[in-house]
Write a protein that binds this ligand. Structure first.
Ligand SMILES: [Zn+2]
Ligand SMILES: [Zn+2]
Length: 223
């Protein structure tokens, strides 16, 4: 038996918003992808170098500044493509610099992806394929990346350990977010571990049991 795990994950917190940028690689091919490089690109490059992996693609869950603000710089430096989110988030990607300025920061770049994603698309790292799941609510073009066999999901700002994404932004929609989480994420199963955009990892099962916004108990009371 081989003790090397088939896939490896490193999470780096980036930007003043402490956003979880994930670096995921196939341990056999060493092919790597970077999910949501919001900023602090030098720190991301260091993790890639320290682990001697081969960066192949950048995946973006949604167009917010803290998730996509470093994508163009990273893509340029590595010579790789930016994949996602759904085109409905273009208006967010086009205002990353001005959004950071509103928070008082002169950082980030507006982002122009190479590929827009749609519900049902597939993306791959090494031998592992992830489903693209379009989940509007926090933003209209938000997507999640899920591999059921690995039991791993990247959910951006849809869902957190004990909370859910804000819906008070332009084109945010609370009902859509609840629907996305309960009808598009939950069916993947309770054992799925997820990396949220902020804060610690959790599982869908934990959130179905305990999340004060979307637990089964709470949803039943709202029905
Ligand atoms: Zn967000
Ligand atoms: Zn965020």
């Amino acid at each position: 038996m081989n003790a090397i795990p088939p896939i490896q994950l490193a999470v780096v917190q980036v930007t003043p918003f402490q956003q979880n940028c994930s670096i995921l690689w196939d341990n056999y091919t060493k092919d790597a992808i970077i999910v949501d490089p919001g900023g602090d690109v030098e720190n991301i490059l260091k993790v890639l170098k320290d682990n001697a992996v081969k960066p192949k693609e950048i995946w973006i869950t949604h167009g917010h500044l803290d998730h996509a603000g470093g994508a163009m710089e990273l893509a340029r430096k590595l010579g790789i493509k930016i994949i996602g989110p759904h085109i409905d988030d273009k208006f967010w990607l086009d205002q990353i610099v001005s959004s950071w300025a509103r928070y008082g920061y002169n950082i980030g770049e507006d982002c122009t992806p190479d590929v827009w994603l749609n519900d049902g698309d597939k993306v791959s790292v090494g031998q592992f394929e992830f489903d693209v799941v379009h989940c509007p609510g926090h933003t209209p073009g938000h997507v999640a990346f899920i591999n059921k066999e690995l039991g791993l999901a990247f959910v951006g700002d849809l869902l957190f350990a004990g909370s859910i994404g804000r819906t008070d932004f332009p084109k945010g929609n609370h009902a859509d977010l609840l629907k996305s989480i309960t009808t598009k994420l939950w069916p993947y199963g309770n054992e799925i571990q997820f990396v949220p955009g902020h804060g610690p990892m959790s599982t869908f099962g934990n959130e179905r049991a305990n999340n004060p916004f979307v637990s089964d108990e709470v949803m039943k009371r709202q029905a």
